[in-house]
Write a protein that binds this ligand. Structure first.
Ligand SMILES: *C1O[C@@H](CO)[C@@H](O)[C@H](O)[C@H]1NC(C)=O
Ligand SMILES: *[C@@H]1O[C@H](CO)[C@@H](O)[C@H](O)[C@H]1NC(C)=O
Ligand SMILES: *[C@@H]1O[C@H](CO)[C@@H](O)[C@H](O)[C@H]1NC(C)=O
Ligand SMILES: *[C@@H]1O[C@H](CO)[C@@H](O)[C@H](O)[C@H]1NC(C)=O
Ligand SMILES: *[C@@H]1O[C@H](CO)[C@@H](O)[C@H](O)[C@H]1NC(C)=O
Length: 456
């Protein structure tokens, strides 16, 4: 452990130096030095026909830890970075390293007159808060909880967001879970010296923080509102890669949105409805229903948009869902997916393509095959010929009506536009054509199915 910590400190130190060099350039609120795709690729998973290699989620979070000088704000569903008992194969090393980094950074920020602030869901047995509580008890962090039952009658915060000094951020699919760093496939966006996006993200964090001690107001305080939305997107430049960007942030549930903020589902619908050539999607689960409330309710908002795109406009649809090894996802999901796939060759454009495939991550070691809620594609994004949408939400109605989530919607742009969008497109192509996809077929209920539906 000692050896490991000192290695981690060396990494932190070198990242700190890198960051000091970066922050030597002045912070223009319309600028963004680095905007990049970061991924968690589960241990031993390789892509035989791809040379894409994005930085890891762990390295992204480490860079933010190193970069933070006064403030680090984190919004998460739960914390589970240091499993007890530890991972059999040592793959909890990254999670432990991030926790250690949070401890060191939290104390450093406090000494500098700033703070590490953490918002997460009210904990329960399956979704604990031991890591954040230990940080708070050590004096390294301020931790507050969102009680969705009290706020809006039910739901959870499902956001995965880090922001430092209104400049650096991570937004994506990776939970604060050791498995999300090494055993689950995740995709997110890292911004460094990127106030253009981070300042607007900060407003969304402040709303969460406010709601930990206040009920949802009729009107939020004006400081939480934004000037950026789907009709007035943020325009900025990135240096790495060099590009001209147009982007905006959307938030769910609607109750958490200020006057000018575009609501999460509206942002997604804009992406789907404006596509004319193709819609390529990776999402873990797909249900045209509200599934965490009983009785379940039909909720065809996204499904309708996809069917219209395929049927009316001849848009090519490719949907890649993530299936867990023990297929804990409800087997009726297959019905909805096969119904979408059945559109293939239909509509006014008979040659249209509507294809659904499953991405299945093998276990390569006995220890991996014993993991329960891991070895799954948990990435959530959409690429069309016009937009790139990177999100934290699964696709059932719940995620848009009663779940806290944030998505970044970027216009692909022409030449010199949105370099990071091109990378997300490449990730989709890599995954869709990889040896880890399988044709859609029904799956069994799996052993834990009857007792619980985990939500990541
Ligand atoms: C999202 O991913 C995991 C899903 O969260 C699944 O186990 C879970 O059921 C799924 N949630 C859904 C559909 O809400
Ligand atoms: C799997 O990956 C781990 C961690 O990178 C490595 O130590 C191990 O040798 C790999 N095992 C196999 C079977 O490839
Ligand atoms: C978008 O933001 C602008 C302010 O920049 C505001 O005037 C407008 O009403 C907003 N649009 C929507 C749809 O909320
Ligand atoms: C990889 O590419 C080769 C050559 O194009 C092809 O024959 C093979 O089927 C591909 N493998 C996978 C898994 O896509
Ligand atoms: C689903 O789980 C069952 C039981 O564990 C297993 O037999 C089956 O192969 C799994 N299906 C898929 C598609 O992985």
């Amino acid at each position: 452990m000692k050896i490991f910590l000192s290695k981690m400190r060396r990494i932190l130190l070198s990242l700190l130096l890198l960051t000091l060099m970066l922050s030597a350039s002045s912070l223009d609120p319309t600028s963004c030095e680095v905007l990049s795709v970061v991924e968690s690729i589960p241990d031993n998973l390789t892509f035989s026909n791809s040379s894409i290699s994005n930085p890891s989620t762990t390295s992204a979070l480490m860079q933010i830890l190193g970069a933070a000088q006064l403030n680090l704000d984190i919004a998460e569903y739960y914390f589970d970075l240091r499993p007890d008992p530890p991972a059999e194969d040592g793959s909890d090393e990254d999670g432990k390293g991030i926790w250690e980094g949070l401890l060191v950074t939290g104390h450093r920020l406090k000494a500098a007159g700033g703070a590490l602030r953490i918002v997460h869901n009210l904990p329960d047995k399956g979704f604990p808060d031991k890591d954040s509580k230990d940080l708070a008890e050590d004096g390294a962090a301020q931790v507050q909880y969102l009680d969705f039952k009290k706020l809006i009658g039910g739901g959870i915060i499902h956001t995965k967001l880090w922001i430092a000094d209104q400049s650096h951020f991570y937004l994506g699919s990776a939970n604060m879970d050791w498995q999300s760093l090494r055993q689950v496939k995740e995709l997110g966006i890292l911004g460094l010296n990127c106030p253009a996006v981070a300042q607007d993200l900060q407003k969304l964090f402040e709303i969460y923080w406010y709601l930990t001690t206040n009920p949802v107001p009729d009107n939020f305080p004006a400081v939480f509102d934004t000037i950026y939305n789907s009709s007035n997107p943020i325009k900025f430049q990135t240096l790495h890669p060099k590009s001209e960007m147009t982007a905006f942030l959307v938030s769910s549930p609607p109750q958490f949105c200020t006057k000018s903020r575009t609501v999460g589902i509206d942002g997604l619908l804009q992406v789907l409805n404006s596509a004319e050539k193709y819609i390529h999607i990776e999402v873990m689960d797909y249900f045209p229903a509200i599934i965490f409330k009983y009785p379940n309710k039909y909720w065809p908002i996204i499904d309708d948009a996809l069917r219209r795109a395929v049927f009316d406009r001849g848009v090519e649809l490719r949907l890649l869902v993530g299936l867990m090894p023990h297929n804990l996802t409800r087997p009726d999901e297959f019905n909805y997916l096969s119904s979408l796939a059945a559109l293939d060759g239909s509509g006014s454009h008979r040659q249209v393509v509507s294809k659904v495939k499953m991405f299945i991550i093998p276990s390569y070691t006995p220890a991996q095959s014993r993991l329960t809620y891991a070895r799954v594609n948990h990435a959530k994004f959409v690429v069309t010929e016009k937009h790139t949408y990177v999100s934290t939400s699964n696709w059932s109605g719940d995620y848009f009506t009663s779940t806290g989530g944030i998505s970044l919607i970027m216009e692909n742009g022409g030449e010199g536009g949105c370099g990071v969008c091109g990378v997300v497109h490449q990730v989709f192509d890599r995954d869709w054509s990889s040896e880890h996809t399988q044709p859609l077929r029904p799956w069994g209920s799996g052993s834990a199915q009857e007792t619980q539906y985990p939500v990541f």
